[in-house]
Design a protein around this ligand. Structure first.
Ligand code: GLC
Ligand code: CA
Length: 553
């Protein structure tokens, strides 16, 4: 009989290192990062070539989105073999070379762990679907008829008919992503083995995909966060062999769940992503809604205070492979764009990444990449966008549908990296034909052009990360919200005598926002708008200034 996880106290009490507060993680979407062999698809050797870029930027860990064997219905999030590398990305030997070279350069490697579902082409599912008495049948979730009206996150019913067994299987995501049955101990053992396999190969951690979906709650009609979630996570990561790893869960977590998953005595995960600031400014995935910078600030302050009070890790992030660029949604990426630079990109860089927590950056973010505009659905690949398009084709006006897709599609952040300013050579991504059209604004926003600009976003990011690395107050200090004026965010990070003050204006000019006692003891150390009067209390839209007191150097 399994016991409810609430009663379990791990003996492992956590260590100082569990805070991971000196990590700076850079997420790589391997398909779109760098193509080393001209087939138009990014690959592991391409990542290896770009290690100097990672070092120059100042990150010390990478999270690589899935690079395992996959038929790519969901670009690798549908895994057909957990122990091998997708042909287009290279071989397991390439992966080993990459891991070794990253480590030799002091960069940790975090792998994506997708265990809510497999690919429908995984051997387990190919067996399971053949007959009800196949040994693998119980690896998945079956019903004689759909058990409920659950919808797949990618559209349509979550139940798909399987003729050979005259049953339906559950898929929370695409039809080609059947959900694993975590109630089956054999499934849990398999997943532990996968974690161990990569741990033996030397990985430093895992980003755990859709982790709260592994526990269904049929009784209460919920697809996620079922009663055994914590037991399952504990079984995966509470084991002696793996409990030192860095783990971050993709979970739609409220306050209680975060405490339950990340509490030091829980022995489950080291952290989860919290998405509240990401969900601002839209009424649904495809439709923008009014928002204010004050809302972003309030959400951040709430989670800073909540996690600090409980000594929990907090992930600082604005972008990933599932979200359109933050500056395009919540940063007015056009109005504030100076040649080759975006004011809001730099303002948010300082505002987010000097907070208490673990920074995660997404590829392209470091030079102010922004959303694309394409009018033909053929320019899109994301299974979610394409399904949405077809489900609504003919029902909504075409213009509206295309506008929605451009606004909300995950392809926005999945388009290949624009490294150079050379359109004839696909901006340095590939010598072949890119698998997905380049960002539509690549000629305007690319790394080379950004670097040539006085207002380089990249150089500003590098400064922010250098400041973080050099400051114990940023890494370990207490966070205090000092905001007095709507339309701004002012906070301090303090440790002993050292203090950092970050002051940022949102969409409108504001004044009178700086702390009254900001004296000569403070030095301006970072500004995105050069000024002769760094202590002036008038801020332009998306102007950010960082002041520092009593730095060691
Ligand atoms: C997660 C991933 C997303 C993927 C889904 C199904 O949300 O981040 O990209 O499509 O899980 O694996
Ligand atoms: Ca390639």
């Amino acid at each position: 009989m399994r016991t409810a996880r609430a009663g379990i106290k791990g003996e492992y009490m956590g260590t100082e290192n569990d805070r991971f507060n000196d990590w700076v993680v850079y997420q790589i979407y391997p398909r779109s990062f760098c193509d080393s062999n001209g087939d138009g698809i990014g690959d592991l050797n391409g990542i290896r070539q770009k290690i100097p870029h990672l070092l120059d930027l100042g990150v010390n860990a990478v999270w690589i989105s899935p690079c395992y064997k996959s038929p790519n219905y969901d670009n690798g999030y549908d895994i057909a073999d957990y122990r091998d590398i997708m042909d287009e990305f290279g071989t397991l030997d390439d992966w080993k070379r990459l891991a070794a070279e990253l480590h030799a350069n002091g960069i940790r490697l975090v792998m994506d762990l997708v265990v809510n579902h497999t690919s429908s082409e995984h051997r387990w599912f190919r067996e399971a679907r053949q007959s009800r008495d196949n040994p693998y049948h119980d690896y998945y979730i079956w019903a004689d008829k759909p058990r409920n009206d659950w919808h797949s996150l990618f559209g349509g019913s979550a139940w798909e008919y399987n003729p050979a067994t005259n049953e339906y299987y559950l898929h929370s995501f695409a039809v080609q992503q059947p959900d694993l049955n975590w109630e089956n101990p054999a499934v849990r053992r398999e997943c532990c083995d996968i974690v161990d396999f990569w741990t033996d190969l030397g990985v430093d951690g895992f980003r755990c995909d859709a982790l709260d979906f592994i526990a269904k709650d049929f009784d209460r009609g919920r697809m996620l966060n079922g009663p055994y979630l914590h037991e399952y996570i504990h079984e995966l990561f509470g084991r002696e062999k793996v409990r030192h790893l860095f783990t971050v869960g993709e979970c739609q977590s409220d306050e209680q769940t975060i405490c339950d998953i990340c509490g030091k005595t829980r022995d489950e995960l080291k952290s989860v992503f919290q998405f509240e600031h990401i969900h601002l400014g839209r009424s649904d995935k495809y439709t923008p809604a009014p928002y204010t910078g004050d809302e972003i600030r309030n959400v951040l302050v709430k989670w800073q205070d909540f996690t600090a009070a409980r000594d929990l890790n907090y992930i600082l992030f604005t972008d990933n492979h599932d979200q359109p660029y933050y500056i395009s949604r919540l940063g007015n990426d056009r109005a504030r764009r100076c040649p080759g630079a975006s004011r809001s990109a730099t303002a948010y860089a300082a505002m987010f990444y000097l907070l208490r927590g673990i920074p995660f950056l997404y590829e392209g973010q470091e030079f102010g990449s922004a959303n694309s505009r394409y009018d033909d659905i053929a320019a899109f690949n994301d299974v979610e966008s394409v399904n949405y398009y077809h489900a609504n084709e003919g029902k909504k006006p075409h213009d509206l549908l295309i506008r929605e897709i451009n606004y909300g599609s995950r392809d926005n952040t999945r388009r290949p990296m624009a490294w150079t300013d050379d359109p004839a050579h696909h901006f340095g991504f590939t010598t072949g034909e890119p698998w997905l059209p380049m960002p539509s604004r690549a000629a305007e926003i690319n790394l080379a052009r950004d670097l040539a600009s006085e207002k380089s976003v990249y150089r500003f990011y590098r400064e922010v990360l250098r400041l973080r690395a050099s400051s114990d107050a940023v890494k370990d200090g207490v966070f205090r919200d000092l905001t007095r004026t709507p339309g701004s965010f002012v906070y301090s990070r303090t440790l002993g005598d050292e203090e950092i003050i970050v002051a940022v204006a949102f969409e409108r000019p504001v004044s009178g926002i700086l702390p009254a006692d900001l004296t000569a003891a403070y030095r301006p150390v970072l500004m995105n708008l050069p000024t002769e009067t760094p202590f002036s209390d008038a801020f332009s839209p998306f102007e950010v200034r960082v002041y520092r007191k009593n730095a060691a150097q």
